[in-house]
Design a protein around this ligand. Structure first.
Ligand code: SF4
Length: 156
């Protein structure tokens, strides 16, 4: 029998992936100047809400951490604790060269040379600072990877 044109065949896993990718909720915290660009991305011009990306005030509500700026050694244990409190599956975006590698402050005695030394990072956005549009593109890329996990790299 020929299926009706409005019948879709899928799997529960595909549906779950679609739902998870369409509802990324970032944890609302900023640690340095890149956070201003992150706030801009959430405001009316880029408006991350329209992609289902709603900033939440608690790590227990969130499945995405955007590390926007340089990470000090003093903040390290707090970042690890906040990451541990987030929902599974969870994702991390390192925004800006400071979050990726320490950037301008690399080798400074107070700065961690990249948040990847503390927690696993899924996407890195280069630049100083990256633009709000760069962040939106990174989030859309992450959404595509979650919705189509076959395209995920074998290792993070
Ligand atoms: S990358 Fe540039 S804008 Fe972002 S936290 Fe570092 S110095 Fe600030």
């Amino acid at each position: 029998m020929k299926p009706e044109p409005n019948i879709f065949f899928s799997t529960l896993q595909s549906l779950a992936n679609w739902a998870a990718g369409s509802s990324l909720w970032p944890f609302s915290f900023g640690i340095s100047c890149c956070a201003i660009q992150m706030m801009h991305a959430a405001a009316s011009r880029i408006d991350l809400d329209r992609f289902g990306c709603l900033f939440r005030p608690s790590p227990r509500h969130s499945d995405l951490m955007i590390v926007a700026g340089s990470v000090t050694k003093k903040m390290s244990s707090q970042i690890i604790t906040l990451y541990d409190q987030m929902l599974e599956p969870k994702y991390v975006i390192a925004m800006g060269i400071c979050a990726i590698s320490g950037g301008l402050f690399k080798e400074s005695e107070s700065i961690v040379n990249g948040v990847g030394k503390l927690i696993p990072v899924d996407i890195e956005i280069p630049g100083c600072p990256p633009s709000p549009k760069d962040l939106a593109e990174a989030i859309l890329g992450l959404q595509r990877r979650i919705k189509n996990p076959i395209h995920l790299p074998a290792t993070k």
